[in-house]
Design a protein around this ligand. Structure first.
Ligand code: PLP
Length: 392
């Protein structure tokens, strides 16, 4: 059995993406900076990719810079903004991705900034009143708050935050790694200063991403070199990644509603199957159970009497790939779950779907989980999993 339910960690390449990148792996291999026809052809592909990404997001092509993924874009946005505007205060949350938290931690240790953490409710939603209070007390702040959480799926109202940012003259960076290609983002509709995307989260290649830098900003590069990306990022471009990213985003936008509907149904189906599985006391973390308030493809579950390690390992042994919290947390307790003031057990399993998953796969996953309970002597003898419902 091979069932892949770890699509928040990474996704399979889409068939149209494979078709689009093949020529750039075979015949179109020239350097886009070269002054010959072969090079110009490849440069044209990069320009087209930039126009595609910009067009889909409501940005200008000049505002899109290709990177090696979201982590690089996050480092560029945060470090670039802190340095360019000599900002000494950043507002973030305890449930951001480590790429944000570690970058800010570095700047704090260097003495560049002070970090304030916005309050979250018990489900991990940003307290906008607290955010406004922090902004009022700290004018000219950088806000770093994500759009879709990679572990619990929570969607943040980035439009409301951008309005607050404008009101208090703050700069707003949002990590849209989990929402690009899944939720329509129109950069004309709000005032976002920087955002990032990563192709491998929406059926594009790994190691390719982009940063949107609103044209009113000029950031120093993170990587100096031969002047590529209009001087913003040195190094020969990852053509395969860039072409694949643009194609993957184009396909995602073309099929967005259908994919969203399919993936939402998968989530609802898994919830309903678990509800009749006989396992009592299942707890859903954050907003992940809610279709409206979370990214459709993430469901974060705590199972009674089973540790993250044991369930992830047991499912892995029979070919089912899920994640315990976040693949990027490198094991150990999840900082996201720990930040929730919820009574739930800190052990959690993240199921994350894609349009390529099927309902039959979810039937097999629930059957497998029930079998884990039935075959575990410690749980089976006490039947505790049937009766412990205290943190449901
Ligand atoms: N931000 C979020 C919310 C993510 O989920 C991830 C990847 O898991 C990243 C940033 C880092 O992305 P990348 O793998 O492209 O560096």
């Amino acid at each position: 059995m091979e069932i892949y339910l770890d699509n928040a960690a990474t996704t399979a390449l889409g068939p149209e993406v494979i078709e689009a990148i093949l020529p750039f792996l075979t015949t179109h291999y020239a350097n886009p900076s070269s002054a010959h026809g072969a090079g110009r052809k490849v440069k044209e592909a990069v320009d087209n990719a930039r126009r595609t990404v910009a067009g889909l997001l409501g940005a200008s092509p000049e505002e899109i810079y290709f990177t090696a993924g979201a982590t690089e874009g996050i480092n560029q946005a945060l470090t670039g903004a802190i340095q360019a505007y000599e900002l000494n205060h950043v507002i973030t949350s305890r449930i951001e991705h480590k790429a944000v938290l570690q970058t800010l931690n570095h700047h704090e240790k260097e003495g560049d900034i002070e970090t304030s953490f916005v309050k979250l409710d018990e489900r991990g939603n940003v307290d906008l009143y607290h955010l406004e209070n922090l902004l009022r007390a700290n004018p000219r702040t950088l806000i770093a708050l994500m759009h879709g959480n990679n572990e619990i799926g929570n969607l943040t109202d980035i439009h409301a935050i951008s309005v607050l940012a404008q009101r208090y003259n703050a700069i707003f960076f949002t990590d849209t790694t989990q929402t690009i290609g899944k939720v329509r983002i129109d950069l004309q509709a709000g005032d976002i200063d920087f955002l990032v995307g990563s192709a491998h989260k929406f059926h594009g290649p790994k190691g390719a991403g982009f940063i949107y830098i609103n044209k009113k900003h000029h950031l120093k590069p993170l990587i100096y070199g031969g002047g590529q990306e209009r001087g913003q990022r040195g190094g020969t471009e990852n053509i395969v990644g860039i072409v694949g990213l643009a194609k993957a985003l184009e396909v995602s936008y073309r099929t967005l509603e259908a994919s969203h509907s399919k993936v939402s149904k998968l989530k609802q189906y898994l919830i309903s199957k678990l509800a009749i599985s006989g396992i009592e006391g299942i707890c859903y973390n954050g907003e992940s159970k809610s279709i409206e308030n979370s990214v459709a493809n993430v469901l974060n579950v705590s199972f009674p009497c089973l540790s993250t390690g044991s369930i992830v390992t047991k499912l892995d042994q029979i070919g089912i790939a899920v994640s315990g919290g976040s693949a990027c947390s490198g094991g150990g307790a999840s900082h996201v779950i720990q930040a929730l003031a919820c009574e739930a057990d800190k052990e959690n399993v993240r199921f994350s779907f894609s349009k390529f998953n099927t309902f039959e796969e979810l039937d097999q996953v629930v059957d497998a989980i029930v079998r884990i309970y039935e075959s575990d002597p410690t749980i089976a003898t006490t039947k505790a999993w049937k009766s412990i419902a205290s943190w449901a």
